[in-house]
Design a protein around this ligand. Sequence first.
Ligand code: UD1
Ligand code: CA
Length: 463
Amino acid sequence: MTVTAPLHCIVLAAGQGTRMKSALPKVLHPVGGKAMLGHVLDTARALGAAGVHIVYGHGGDQVQSWFARTYPGVNGAHWAQQRQQLGTAHAVLQAMPQVPDGAQVLILYGDVPLTSPATLQAVVEAGRKTLAVVTVELDQPKGYGRILRKAGAVAGIVEENDASPRQKLIREVNTGIFSAPAKRLRGWLGKVRNDNAKGEYYLTDVVALAVKDRLKVATVPAASAVEVEGVNDRLQLARMERVFQLQQAEALLRDGLYLADPARFDLRGRLRHGRDVRIDVGCVLEGEVELADGVQIGPYCVLRNVRLGPGAVIEPHSILEDSTGGANVHVGPFARLRPGTELADEAKVGNFVETKKARVGRGSKINHLSYVGDAVLGADVNVGAGTITCNYDGANKHETRIDDGVFVGSNSSLVAPVRIGEGATIGAASVIAKDVPAGGLTLCRAREQKSFPGWKRPQKKAK
Ligand code: UD1
Ligand code: CA
């Protein structure tokens, strides 16, 4: 029985990313809501890597604190600092002391986020006994290292700055993704010199060194140019984002989701959906979103960590965050459900309504222009237009309880803590600061309405 060598991934992330013109290290810029480095680390994990080694340079503390936040409790990440950027071979060398001799090494890049596990798996297998390189054919190979071949076999890689005019015509280029047994790689890296146009230690020089060792260097073609594309500036980042979003949208369409336009849909997280779920244009979904059968999301909605039951309808321009809705709830247009909103089945939240930490019972309605926060509403409650729960006394938050079947007249203020008993009716424009008994009518407003027939509006003074 042969035991396969454990996989150790070395991720180069020392680049400053100057062209991003950002305070954020380049590898932390997100694609689809996830840092580029996160994509690479997740891919490494999907490959079953036993060790992941991140070579960082500037902004290392930011990268490390991002890692601690994003992968709490995950061990197996090793950090290697490259103080001066002396080249890609030098970068790999910084990680090598922590890589055991018996390992299989895979070299990845923190700014190449969309590489498929299948391509990487192929290069790892091809590199078990030799050096293997992922290559790609480009119509415009300028700037890349060219693959030199002799009688079909790989002879070396020449960098753009060192290439002859004839070599510059070669369209097969180095993606930078390499795999080799650790022990062999260590040997080659020790021999790499910096006598080239840029005065750098080129990782690509290990190819010629492997050939010198009479090894047949393997090449693995990338499935597409985009899966091996790196990000250097915000233009490339934006392009990468579109590619990624379209990939996700197409996978969801194949999975039976209705998207009005896959080019106008953004998912920055994970979406689980039932059958016949419809999402109109311009929606942004973040975090964990779960939409049951028949849910309809209107145009230009934002959903962040939201779970909706079957038949829920979200009208246009609504924003839902850390909230849940039961079957057939109806929200919006222009509604804002803030964290802790829980709508029971058949509940309705209409236009220009804001809710926060609010449990709304079955069939209850808050249809227009209201703020309901820190509140528990029973079933079949009707909250009139312009009702406000005054939940904050300037220092502390207090709860409002509205029992089953209550009718709150329009433009009422409910000063918490306060409880409104079952079936009570509150007269319009009341300020309710004391508990209200069940049933009957309660109102609190200026006692009598006065009219002054001869009253005149003030006039503007003549100049
Ligand atoms: C490199 C390859 C080239 C290949 C291209 C693919 C070398 C010598 N050349 O060229 O053959 O076609 O990538 O994109 O390897 N890095 C460090 N430390 C360093 C230098 C680089 O961490 O000292 C990192 C960079 O942050 C970057 C990656 O390694 O993520 C590639 O470095 P870069 O300088 O961009 O190499 P290229 O000239 O593009
Ligand atoms: Ca580059």
